[in-house]
Design a protein around this ligand. Sequence first.
Ligand code: ADP
Ligand code: MG
Ligand code: MG
Length: 244
Amino acid sequence: MNKIIKNFSGVQVLKQVDLTLVGGEIHALLGANGAGKSTLIKILSGAYSLDDGEIILDGHEVSISSPQEAKELGIHTVYQEVDTALIPTLSVAENIFIDDYANLKSSFFVAWKDLYSRAEELLNRVGASISVKANISELSLSDKQLVLVARALAQEAKFVILDEPTAPLSVTESENLYRIMRQLKDSGVGVVFISHRLAEVFELSDRITVLRDGQNVSSESKSETSMNHVIEAMLGQALVEEFP
Ligand code: ADP
Ligand code: MG
Ligand code: MG
């Protein structure tokens, strides 16, 4: 993403932000509340339009004007508000294959057994021990997230974007998600995650981008940066030096 500009009622909330995502990398997006992180990924996910700038995918400029279009390009996003992406009256398996669901339902013969076993396989991969026939409303927040990651896998996502995924999770649930993020990376998927937890950011990511006040103030590979540098970029000021 190059020089992305986004205004909300006359206020520029993204001021020429750059973000470069690479398959097989875990990329952390940091910044204080209101810095513009969610807005940036919503543009990438087709939820918001951009006012200026360009999105380049595999060397070509693309326009992403709807969530559907983003998904067709292989960009899948798991928002903090997981419920908005799930249909509570459908089962877990149906939710996983929701993007094909209309086609499936209108086709004369649906091989449900086949679908269930594919869903089971995906749930295993994401470490969710839930029934494919379970109701969405019975699931924990963590399991709902995992259903959405399974959906991204079902669609052979090229990029998976997670907005503060571990904020509501327990330690065990977070560790399961870290494992899946690494697994996605190892399979060549580009993973983007927003987080306020510096420990997990430094544990997981290959690249760290910091936004401050709608601007991209730092983007470095983890090996070339430090926690102090990242904190200073977020704050916009030097940390007080330690006494000798
Ligand atoms: P972050 O995710 O880094 O906390 P956001 O991207 O949510 O920040 O918000 C960046 C700025 O844009 C904030 O000032 C926020 O109030 C504003 N903003 C975000 N979404 C909207 C919207 N739909 N309408 C108006 N203002 C918005
Ligand atoms: Mg916020
Ligand atoms: Mg946000």
